[in-house]
Design a protein around this ligand. Structure first.
Ligand SMILES: *Cc1c(COP(=O)(O)O)cnc(C)c1O
Length: 437
């Protein structure tokens, strides 16, 4: 059936006025934030401590520290695991930049591993070939809210004496064989940035079950001190420290959101499962999948253009069509975006092997040995970066199956009429809008 696409003046599949934007807030959030606002302690106080207690109880960790970002929590993971200058740390070739810049933050060297083309996660079968004599840890990114095959990865880590760090910044509530993300390695980082499934504007959480890892990470978190602000302090820097703490207003907000998280999770699961089923058989579209072992949280519901079926092989044409399809989906009222169009080894900070000047930390004697960021080594990540489109917000609570069904219709409309997608015409329409704005 041919329908007029919204980008050409047709009626959008989703009425954006019916979609609740993320995150939903109500009186319970207001009450908590006001309580923090009017309390005498606004830096680190009761709300920080309660949040850590509540989050670690909810997730199943012994220790937790509230941070000002997921990136800070990732940096704490590196330090917690005793990674040192010039050590090598394995990480996926496709993720958010800070999954790998956190390694540079501690003067260690990222070693990238290509992704599995169907899970979009670091391919566990490619890990061993990437291990060097300097490798000390693996950062496992539970990307899009899908856990990697942790039994396989933990076995490799054990065999080679490596620590396992989870980047669970997108994976709140996601599970591997019934166990929650953030409990599957030595330590983990969560983000509470606004885009994430659990948000307090900006913030993060470091978690671990190890007293030793916790103590090391806690020093980095607060000025290199061995005691935390709620304890008696001697204000002595025992190690190199940053200031990664967060405040009471944000902690209070995070607590009220966490109290609603099980509802958010259940809703997003239902919406994701519904959409996955409803979209089966859509032409020109490749769907994500949930491996047997996993419970996806659908942080990011991924669409991919089936370029093989479409007969498009030129990378430049692929990206042009993909970007036009994403624009068409947005006009149908779906928050569709290209989440990350560069793979990590492509990013200048890595490609130029220069983070701090003077080629540092790759210039540490011996550190650059065997470090190869040639893009040919990451064909799956590159291919994925050209064909994916992400949906990260429209499916979130309290939006339910009625909205999800309209999202289904919008996606079907665009992919079934893909012959109408003219990248040059759409680029001109977008340019016209930019001029008017
Ligand atoms: C968001 C994100 C981060 C960083 O979290 P911030 O809170 O923004 O610092 C790290 N890794 C992944 C995979 C993310 O999605």
């Amino acid at each position: 059936m041919s329908e007029k696409l919204a980008i050409y003046g047709g009626t959008p599949a989703v009425n954006v006025n019916e979609v609740v934007s993320w995150p939903p807030v109500d009186k319970s959030d207001e009450k908590m934030v006001l309580d923090a606002l009017y309390s005498k302690v606004q830096s680190r106080g009761t709300h920080n401590l309660k949040l850590e207690e509540e989050f670690s109880a909810w997730n199943g960790n012994k220790f937790a520290l509230f941070t000002n970002s997921g990136t800070a929590a990732l940096h704490m993971c590196l330090v917690g695991c005793g990674i040192g200058a010039g050590d090598h740390v394995l990480v996926t070739a496709y993720s958010w930049s800070s999954s790998a810049t956190c390694i540079l933050h501690h003067d260690a060297i990222p070693i990238f591993v290509d992704i599995d083309p169907e899970t979009f996660l670091m391919d566990p079968d490619k890990i061993e070939a990437a291990i060097t004599p300097r490798t000390k840890a693996i950062i496992v990114v539970q990307l899009h809210g899908l856990c990697n095959d942790m039994d396989k990865i933990n076995a490799i880590a054990k065999k080679h004496g490596l620590k396992v760090i989870e980047d669970a910044c997108q994976a709140h509530g996601a599970m591997y064989k019934g166990r929650k993300a953030g409990t599957l390695g030595d330590c983990a980082a969560f983000s509470f940035n606004q885009n994430k499934c659990l948000s307090c504007g900006e913030g993060g959480m470091f978690v671990t079950d190890s007293q030793e890892i916790f103590d090391n990470a806690a020093k980095l978190w607060s000025f290199g001190e061995t005691s935390r602000p709620e304890q008696s302090r001697d204000y002595h820097a025992y190690a190199l420290g940053w200031m990664y703490r967060n405040n009471e207003l944000t902690a209070a907000y995070a607590r009220s959101q966490l109290a609603k998280y099980d509802f958010y999770f259940k809703t997003l699961r239902e919406n994701g499962e519904y959409l996955l089923k409803a979209l089966q058989g859509t032409p020109n579209l490749l769907l994500p999948y949930e491996p047997e072992y996993a419970t996806h949280n659908w942080y990011n519901f991924n669409l991919r253009l089936d370029f093989a079926k479409l007969g498009i092989t030129d990378p430049v044409q692929q990206v042009k069509l993909r970007d036009a399809v994403a624009a068409a989906l947005r006009d149908e009222g779906i928050v569709a975006s290209v989440w990350q169009r560069f793979i990590l080894p492509e990013m200048t900070v890595f490609a130029a092997k220069n983070a701090y000047g003077q080629g540092y930390p790759w210039s540490i004697p011996g550190a650059d040995e065997g470090v190869d960021y040639s893009l040919e080594k990451f064909p799956n990540a590159l291919e994925y970066s050209r064909k994916h489109i992400s949906i990260v917000q429209t499916l979130r609570a309290p939006n339910g199956l009625d909205i999800t069904e309209k999202v289904n219709q919008g996606i079907r409309k665009v992919f079934e009429n893909i012959d109408q997608i003219d990248p040059d015409r759409i680029a001109a329409i977008l340019e016209e809008r930019r001029k008017k704005a």
